[in-house]
Structures are given as structure tokens and as C-alpha cells.
Design a protein around this ligand. Structure first.
Ligand code: DAH
Length: 342
């Protein structure tokens, strides 16, 4: 016996063992195989070790190391196989192959966030950028700069949540118009998404905190035609070829003002509970920026004109999906939300 022959016998054992170990089907077969491979009394490794004294003295140390390495390798494979077999033996009896698989919950963007994202994308393509303003806002930005008369009912305690001093929780995103006009020179094309707060009851169509998306365009020579064309384009992109109509309205910060309706997405105009049988759903308020607003931001209203709009994405989401109660948007009920995964 030479060192090379000894090492070859070890290598052969190491080469044969993995397939044999993988092939055992139960714990009895596993025990028999373990004895055949590394069992102390007989077993291939014991047979190999028995030849060690035949080697020249100076080779025995290296030979012993080679045999030990194979022993560790084979024993690790045996241990792994044993735990696999005993786990299978334990669960095998209870295995019910007819049990339905557990459903995996994959998170989804909230329907209101989806509306905001889509609106942002449509206007981004038209060259609008995002502008943000504070939710704790000065009354001047929230009201006076937007041409609210001092006795306007929206300023009343019942609608506005007052903080310290002259700070309020902004009741709309329109103050971002004034902040933007003060900060940047025209041409201005911005979209201002954000949360607003009102002292409203929490009922089927009102929430005390809700999102708005504000839009503002100011430049030389902007007309009502720009407003109509842009908002009509938006409606057709967002709702997929629809019809729009503009109704005269009133906001202190626009003149003239208009509300835009789109054909009810649920009944396509024939009348249903979502559109209260009118066939139309109101989507946004809009108008030509009042000269007083342009002046309060420090710009020349004889040089610059503009248009603006404000939209509630929660209402838009309700109209789009035919949801009857706004409160469900605040419940975070996974059974509701998972329907909006895409
Ligand atoms: N700020 C208004 C509100 O909260 C919405 C609005 C209407 C915004 C007309 C506008 C606009 O920019 O032009 O009810």
C-alpha cells in the first residue's frame, strides 16, 4: 500500500457517497448506509483506515488527514439527509394535498395615490413641474392673498382649523399659487399636490383631511382657451376619451371661474346613483387667475395672465371606480385595497 493508493481509496469513497446518501428513502435505509460508509465496526472508511499501518511511517500523517477530511464530508451529508428524512416522516401523515394554497398579499398603491400619480404624469408631459407648500399656512397666503373678502364664510371657525397666531391648517392648495408666483418668474406651469384640512364632519362625501391637486399657469398672453384646451386634454387622457362640459362658477381667486364635469364613467351619461342621475360628474374647479392674486404676489397683472384649477383626487377616485362612500378610502382595509393592485 502506497500513500497514493490510500488517497485514491479515500477519493473514491468521497465520490460515491453523495449519490448513495441522496438515494436513501427512509431512516432504516439511512442507518444501513451510514454503517456501510462510516460505521466503526465495518464500513468502507474503517477498511481504509485499517491499511494505515502498511504505509511508510512518514506518509501516515498525511494519509490520516486525507481520511479525516473524507469522514467529515460524508458525515455532514449524512446529517443533512437525516434531518430531511425525519422532517418528512413527521409531517407526512398530516400532509393534505387538497388544501388551497395560502394567498400572497402583494401591496398596491392606494387608489388616491394612483390618481395623483397619473395626474402628475399627464401634466408632466405638458411641461408642468411640481411645487409644494406648507400645510401649516399663514392666513394671508390661505385667504387674503387669494382675494378672499374678509367676511368670507370659509374663513369662519367652522371651516378652518386655526393654529397659533395667524397660522391655520391650509384649507386648500391654492396658497401654493401665491408662493410660487413670489418665488419664480413667469412662464410658470406648476402642479401642487398635497393634503388640506377642514373642520368638516366625516361623512360619506366629506373628510376632515383630504388631498388636493392644484394647477397653475401664468405667462404673457394666457387666455381661457388655454384653460379649456389643457383641461379637456387632461380629462380625455385621464378618463380615456370622454366628454367634458364647463359650468360657470365662483371662486374669489379666479375670474371668470368654471367647474368642469366629465361624463359619468359608471353609467356613461344615462344616469345612475354615482352621478345622482345627471349623467355628469364634477371633477374640478378652475378659472382665470384673478388680477388681484397676480398683484398680491408682486407681479404686473396688465402684463401677466394665467389660469388655475383645483381637483380632489379622492372624489376623482370615487367617481372613477363608482365607490359610494369616501370613508372607505381612509380605512386601509386590505380586502378593499388589494382590488387596486396592478
Ligand atoms: N381652492 C379651491 C377649493 O379648495 C379649488 C380651486 C378652484 C382651485 C378653482 C383653483 C381654482 O385653482 O382655479 O375648493
Amino acid at each position: 500500500m502506497t500513500l497514493d493508493e490510500f488517497k485514491a481509496a479515500c477519493a473514491a469513497l468521497a465520490a460515491d457517497a453523495p449519490a448513495q446518501i441522496a438515494a436513501v428513502a427512509d431512516l432504516d435505509a439511512w442507518t444501513a448506509l451510514r454503517n456501510a460508509l462510516v460505521g466503526r465496526a465495518s464500513g468502507r472508511l474503517t477498511d481504509i483506515m485499517a491499511t494505515l499501518p502498511q504505509l511508510p511511517k512518514e506518509d501516515r500523517r498525511e494519509a490520516g488527514q486525507a481520511a479525516n477530511a473524507v469522514k467529515l464530508e460524508v458525515e455532514a451529508l449524512l446529517t443533512a439527509r437525516e434531518s430531511g428524512l425525519s422532517a418528512a416522516a413527521k409531517s407526512g401523515g398530516d400532509l393534505d394535498l387538497t388544501m388551497p394554497e395560502r394567498r400572497r398579499w402583494v401591496g398596491a398603491a392606494h387608489p388616491v395615490s394612483q390618481v395623483i400619480d397619473e395626474i402628475t404624469e399627464i401634466f408632466r408631459e405638458l411641461g408642468f413641474t411640481i411645487a409644494l407648500g406648507p400645510e401649516a399656512e399663514h392666513t394671508w397666503y390661505n385667504f387674503q392673498a387669494l382675494n378672499f373678502p374678509d367676511d368670507h364664510p370659509a374663513m369662519d371657525l367652522h371651516d378652518t382649523l386655526y393654529l397659533q397666531g395667524d397660522l391655520v391648517l391650509r384649507t386648500h392648495t391654492s396658497p401654493v399659487q401665491v408662493r410660487t408666483l413670489q418665488q419664480y418668474a413667469p412662464p410658470i406651469r406648476i402642479l401642487a399636490p398635497g393634503n388640506v384640512h377642514r373642520r368638516d364632519p366625516f361623512d360619506a362625501s366629506h373628510a376632515p383631511t383630504f388631498a388636493q391637486v392644484e394647477g397653475l399657469v401664468v405667462d404673457e398672453g394666457i387666455t381661457f382657451a388655454d384653460l379649456k384646451a389643457t383641461l379637456t386634454h387632461f380629462a380625455n387622457r385621464f378618463f380615456g376619451s370622454t366628454r367634458t362640459r364647463f359650468r360657470p362658477s365662483y371662486f374669489p381667486f379666479t375670474e371668470p371661474s368654471a367647474e368642469m364635469d366629465v361624463l359619468c364613467g359608471v353609467c356613461k351619461g344615462s344616469g345612475c346613483s354615482v352621478c345622482k342621475n345627471s349623467g355628469w360628474v364634477e371633477i374640478l374647479g378652475s378659472g382665470m387667475v384673478h388680477p388681484a392674486v397676480i398683484e398680491s404676489a408682486g407681479l404686473d397683472s396688465t402684463k401677466y395672465t394665467g389660469w388655475a384649477f383645483g381637483l380632489g383626487p379622492a372624489r376623482t377616485a370615487l367617481a372613477r371606480h363608482g365607490i359610494p362612500d369616501i370613508r372607505i378610502l381612509y380605512d386601509s382595509d386590505v380586502r378593499f385595497l388589494e382590488q387596486f393592485a396592478r
